[in-house]
Design a binder for this molecule. Structure first.
Ligand code: ASP
Ligand code: MG
Length: 413
């Protein structure tokens, strides 16, 4: 039997009624002749609640116990989904991560999947079971303890199962009807995309679009999983939602596919550090060790052997960054006059594989921001994206202006 993976996010399993509706969709695919692997998230809000319990109990928590607690939301929905399917006379069984067993690295709270054995579940399919319901987001580490895959991780569970079982498709059911050119909540003209290339989706996800966990897109790209994002609140046909696919499968293409943003960024500048070999290593080594997620980096031209070094990181990493720099200075590894933290910035990015063949995309972006009177603080580019750091108060305006400038409200001709 062909296998289909169907993943239901938190809002799609938020109530018993919604679980029933999701189960009906699963039933339809079973009737279409598929063996179905259903991956479930925790009920909407549950994981946040559990994370809150952990932080309240223990501010600098032990990540193993964090995983023990926050993985539990998915256990509830997996069991309930299996029960609901059974009530509909569909043979179904639930699996927690460790029962598969879905093996991961030991990076608790941010583990990576290493192995998904298929024998156990396939044997049940062979016996006539029609649906395997698997708790997303969780696995078991080399220390034999429960791990989780990072927030949003059940997308990654779903894609990994699709790859392991050679599924025909991996359908991600969520509360939006697909991937949009930008966030419709801040840009009314945002348009749903029929298709988007893996690379573009990967950039959009890592630059702030929240539809899919970045890691899930990476896996889909590597294993060529046909990934579809669609709404669990609407009736869908074969072509509903957005297909994330190879760029060769996309015929018409704008230079820019989408605009992404990430609201809570910070810009940190070390004033007057010695410009000598090893200085970048002396700064960014300790930052990495402190778990600071550094994104953009700019080193100024030096004057009289001293220079300024600027980097960006998430706002909630600022304290850690400050401490790491103070410690490095106290240990004599670096010295600087001042560390300035600008915590009112955001990052806005344009993404598109069309940039490879279109000239002037970055210039057009900068022109459009100039026309709105928006000052750019830091710029970074790659082959298929341009990102700028700007004041947070201009975020919506910048997204809307760029969406207009690149004509993203219109389908490519
Ligand atoms: N429930 C987990 C979270 O909210 C995993 C997921 O839903 O993807 O992060
Ligand atoms: Mg999600």
């Amino acid at each position: 039997m062909p296998v289909l993976v169907m993943k239901f996010g938190g809002t799609s399993v938020a109530t018993l009624d919604r679980i029933r509706r999701a189960a009906k969709r699963v039933g339809r695919e079973v009737a279409n002749g598929y063996d179905v692997i259903v991956i479930v998230s925790a009920m909407a809000g549950e994981t946040n609640k559990l994370v809150g319990f952990v932080s309240e109990t223990s501010p600098f928590f032990d990540a193993r116990e964090y995983d023990a607690v926050v993985s539990s939301g998915e256990n509830v929905t997996a069991g309930l989904m299996a029960l609901t399917l059974q009530e509909m006379d569909i043979p179904a069984r639930s699996w927690q991560g460790w029962q598969v067993p879905l093996r991961t690295t030991d990076a608790h709270a941010a583990a990576r999947i290493e192995e998904i054995p298929t024998a156990n579940i396939n044997a049940k399919f062979a016996e006539g079971m029609k649906v395997a319901v698997v708790a997303g987001f969780q696995g078991i580490g080399p220390d034999n303890r429960i791990t989780t895959l990072g927030r949003g991780g059940s997308d990654t569970t779903a894609v990994a199962f699709a790859a392991a079982f050679g599924a025909e498709r991996c359908d991600i059911y969520t509360d939006v009807d697909g991937v949009y050119t930008t966030d419709p909540r801040i840009c009314g003209k945002a348009r749903k995309l029929e298709k988007i290339a893996f690379e573009e989706m990967l950039e959009l996800a890592s630059l702030g679009a929240k539809v899919l966990q970045t890691r899930s897109v990476e896996l889909a790209m590597r294993y060529k999983v046909r990934l579809r994002v669609l709404s669990s609140f609407e009736d869908n046909n074969e072509t509903a939602g957005t297909l994330v696919c190879d760029e060769e499968d996309i015929v018409e293409q704008n230079a820019v596919a989408g605009v992404a943003y990430s609201r809570d960024e910070a810009k940190m500048t070390l004033i007057s550090v010695a410009d000598r070999p090893g200085i970048a290593a002396a700064i960014f080594g300790p930052l990495a060790e402190a778990g600071v997620n550094v994104d953009m980096i700019v080193q100024n031209i030096s004057e009289e052997g001293r220079t300024d070094m600027t980097f960006s990181c998430p706002v909630d990493h600022v304290k850690r960054a400050q401490r790491a720099m103070e410690e490095a200075a106290a240990a004599g590894h670096i010295n600087y006059k001042e560390l300035i933290a600008d915590t009112d910035v955001c990052k806005v990015s344009i993404v598109g594989i069309g940039m490879r063949s279109h000239a002037g995309v970055a210039a057009k972006m900068f022109g459009s921001l100039r026309d709105e009177g928006i000052n750019i603080k830091v710029i970074t580019t790659s082959e298929i994206k341009v990102s700028v750091l700007i004041d947070r108060k201009y975020m919506e305006l910048a997204v809307q202006a760029l969406h207009d400038a690149f004509g993203l409200d219109r389908a490519p001709a």
